[in-house]
Design a protein around this ligand. Sequence first.
Ligand code: SF4
Ligand code: SF4
Length: 482
Amino acid sequence: MTDILIFIAAVVLVGQAIIGLAFFISCIWEREARATVFAGIQFLGMAALAGLFFFIRGAGFFESTPGLALLIAGLISGIFITVLLMRKSGTNPKALEGTKGLIAGDVKRFDEREQVFARNRTMRPGSEQYNIFYKEHPEYEEFDRQRREKGGVNGRPGSIDKPYGQPNIAAAGAGREMCRQLSTPAMVKPQALPIFQGKKVEMNPEEASERIKGFTRNLGADMVGITEISPLWLYSQRGEIFHENWEDWGKEIVNTHKYAIVFGTEMSFSVISAAPHTPTSIESSTQYAKGAFIATSLARYVANLGYSATANHLRYYDALMVPLAVDAGLGELGRHGYMITKKLGPRLRLGAVTTDLPLIPDGPVDIGVEDFCRICKKCAVCCPSHSIPEGDQAMHNGTRRWKLNAETCFDYWGKVGTGCNICMRVCPWSHARTFPHRLIVEWVARNHLARRIFNLMDDIFYGRKPKARSGPRWAKYDGPWE
Ligand code: SF4
Ligand code: SF4
């Protein structure tokens, strides 16, 4: 009996030392100096404990009554702690309702013309649209005028990394232009190619869903889900114009599709580790370009099957992407306004195709994000423009949630000339999905106590205000090329 207990204890101690070593290696791979030091100390402690165990076992200590008592006490406490951390805590019923769980009043559809990009990018001073909009919204006029005078994001691209970041800004521009090219009416609302016209393919919803999801992944999506569209998340009026189709500006957005296929593409951990510097702009625009390719290809596929489809991507949105993605079960809404997923945290860019092709919707998920965000607040602490609330969720347009201040966030983008992304970089859910981080995410998604422990550990290992790293060499921004 004693031999069996010793064997179990040895397996546990060696196992935890191996996990400690894996975490140490993971921190080196992540190029996190502070975390590497702490993970090294942790691993040495674990290895020393395992060494001490084998030493006292060799000395016959566990044959004695106190030794056996210590062995049994150690095993019981180990089992107790494991069960405490791994058991599933109570579920969050709000999360399982998706965006319905956020609704606490009357929700008004959002007018795309009021969106900060539409006001500052689309609107041309002196134009008919300018006069119409600011007559209806005098509260924005002086504010936006001053912002335009300062240049906004477009006026000072890459200013944070001058003079070395210009190649990165050139790369970021390539991705954004791809999105623009793929946003013509023929690309976002495609017709079936001539050989498929008049030949509707009949499929049951199960088959259609599986084919659609498989094709979306094959196009390069890292996550994909399906939801029935809540009309609340459709923009009310068109506000962003990219192909001089000004007749669309201010028109009601009518989308009668029942379903949305929502997908995400991964933002590279190593590239966004440089946020808010210029490599992060490359990564955002690259993933948006990938999203534009996926959305337009998928929409064409659906059109070729004989159904109506609309591609939603950076340069053409009928709907708000985050609520659709939450309802499609990809993740939960985080404090910083990004959706947080189990697979990749918030490191995703989203796109969607809306359609009348009958599909099987996925259900929303509860992975403990709301509970984690309540205690964490790291994004709010690190946000240089204080755009993320540190307090409780509050009411905004009929929903109770944390609401990012898009105006001050956008002003910071204008100051640095990039898309910032600090909040995405510092979020504890953003770590590269190495084996130890996957394990931690599993615990955190299941258990309330694990959220508290790993939130504290994240502060200890990575710091309360983690610093930007240099990013990959090909996107060097911090000095002359050597
Ligand atoms: S940084 Fe913390 S509070 Fe902010 S979204 Fe991520 S988990 Fe939530
Ligand atoms: S992108 Fe930057 S400025 Fe905007 S909310 Fe995130 S951290 Fe703040």
